[in-house]
Design a protein around this ligand. Structure first.
Ligand code: UDP
Length: 485
């Protein structure tokens, strides 16, 4: 009987997409894979429900099981952060998850339960069923090293890390990180529920049998070593770290759908490496003022561009995720005459573009990114140099790793003030055409080659996955022996 791996992704495109890529790796090694999805009562496309449908349609070999919906808390009116409410729901989904796993056990041999780092409560379900649980980190080893060390840094603090402002903090394995660059949820007072919850997630995420990370060893060797160093979290032995990435899709080549997005046809008609692509993840939004400023910068730069624009919103307002995006009126939103003036060299796409396809299109020459981990590894795999404009989550840290450690990006300096001026947009985009831009591209292409080598049979990521499989097998034998004793 084939063994079945159950994958349990968190909500969010950036979580679902790399988990589906991990599913394909398991399939390639002869496993059956079931992805278990917990439904949330939101309309926002950023949460990945439509991605799940697309991935399911494109990958009939992966089984999908959607848990029966449970009663949702009052997301709009409770006053609590939606993320905390989602975690509360996730805990409640444990019963449904357990019921589902018990229902398949008589028919299928469960290999392991691989849970997204935010789904740590599911470890209890795995323990009840005697299935080994592993954590999946859709992000990288450097942010993970910081997350692992943060709870100890917070312990005993009387004030929030926010008070430290830009003070650089030392973490093993990564360059100094200004306190202001940590994830916002960890900057509040350590006794606040959000901070305590995040710290607990990071601690418990490291209590599983091992951690699969969406990276490759040579990209972040220092951070990977730190995670294997007993000094990383004093008094705690961290589980094995398996760098099995980068887990990046093949865009349209993966899908069944033959409908090609109009922006790809537009790119077909542009010269090689001549277009700057601007895209800010599944949740990146700007104020109207900032959108106008970007447009002015693009206008003045004279460069070709492909820009994904979303409805203006306050990026710090989590409630925006509860709503479905409304239709955009680009003419009203962007400076007068901008679309007409730039129509021969620029294309503005509403809300969403097929990013992997765009990045891999020969016409794409640079990528202005919000530094989401998936976007970054997609940029590497496409060999496209990046301009870093971090917005939320762990992106400010990622920017540090991208610019200081990996050498694959240049920062948009205004990001810390929350507003980037047209002059900087123009100057940085022009810079991509200079020697500096060419050097940056050379470094990214070198990283791409490293990544490809890591994924090949015998490469570091391939070997890490094989090691993971062998560790699970040894663990299974150990558990069986101890059950007999
Ligand atoms: N994405 C896309 N089109 C868009 C915006 C995003 O295909 O217009 C995809 C992108 O390719 C990536 C994911 O959405 O796979 C975003 O993940 P990331 O970790 O970069 O950022 P997040 O959305 O989690 O902040």
């Amino acid at each position: 009987m084939k063994q079945t791996v159950v994958l349990y992704p968190s909500a969010g495109v950036g979580h679902v997409v790399p988990m589906a890529e991990l599913a394909k790796v398991f399939l390639g090694h002869g496993f059956d894979v079931t992805m278990v999805i917990f439904p949330l009562p939101f309309k926002s496309s950023a949460l990945g429900a439509s991605q799940v449908e697309q991935i399911a349609a494109a990958n009939p070999s992966i089984s999908f099981h959607v848990l029966p919906a449970i009663a949702a808390p009052d997301f709009a009116g409770s006053g609590k952060h939606p993320f905390l409410l989602m975690l509360q729901m996730l805990r409640q989904y444990n019963d449904e998850l357990e019921r589902f796993l018990r229902s398949i056990v008589p028919r299928q041999r469960l290999h392991s339960l691989v849970i997204d780092m935010f789904c740590v409560d599911a470890v209890e379900v795995a323990a009840k069923l005697g299935v080994p649980a592993y954590t999946f980190v859709p992000s990288g080893a450097s942010p993970l090293a910081v997350f692992a060390q943060l709870p100890a840094l917070l312990a005993g603090r009387q004030t929030g890390l926010k008070e430290l402002g830009d003070t650089p903090l030392e973490f093993l394995g990564v360059p100094p990180v200004p306190a202001s660059h940590l994830i916002a949820e960890m900057l509040v007072h350590p006794e606040e529920e959000m901070c305590k919850t995040m710290a607990s997630i990071f601690e418990r995420g490291m209590d599983t049998r091992g951690v699969l990370v969406n990276t490759f060893e040579s990209l972040e060797s220092r951070a990977v070593q730190a995670l294997r160093d007993p000094r990383c979290v004093p008094g705690k032995v961290l589980p094995p770290i398996y760098c099995v990435g980068p887990l990046v899709g093949n865009g349209a080549r993966d899908g069944e759908s033959t409908e090609r997005h109009e922006c790809l046809a537009w790119l077909d008609a542009r010269p090689e490496r001549s277009v700057v692509f601007l895209s800010f993840g599944s949740m990146g939004t700007f104020s109207e003022e900032q959108l106008k400023e970007i447009a002015t910068g693009l206008d003045k730069s004279g460069q070709r561009f492909l820009w994904v624009v979303r409805m203006p919103a306050n990026i710090d307002d989590p409630k925006r995720l509860l709503e479905k995006e409304c239709e955009l009126d680009l003419d009203a939103l962007l400076p007068e005459g901008f679309l007409e003036r730039t129509k021969d060299r620029g294309l503005v796409v509403k809300s969403w573009a097929p990013q992997v396809d765009v990045l891999n299109h020969p016409a794409t020459g640079a990528f202005v990114t919000h530094c989401g981990w998936n976007s970054m590894v997609e940029g590497i795999m496409a060999g496209v140099p990046m301009l870093c404009w971090p917005l939320y989550a762990e992106q400010k840290m990622n920017k540090i790793f991208m610019t200081e450690d990996m050498g694959i990006g240049v920062e948009m300096e205004g990001y810390m003030t929350g507003f980037i001026k047209a002059e900087e947009v123009e100057a940085k985009i022009r810079m991509m055409e200079s020697d500096e831009g060419t050097e940056l591209m050379t470094r990214v292409v070198a990283r791409k080659k490293e990544a490809e080598a890591a994924l090949e049979v015998g490469g570091s990521s391939y070997a890490a996955f094989v090691r993971f499989l062998s560790d699970v097998e040894n663990l299974g034998e150990q558990l069986a022996r101890s059950a007999m004793d």
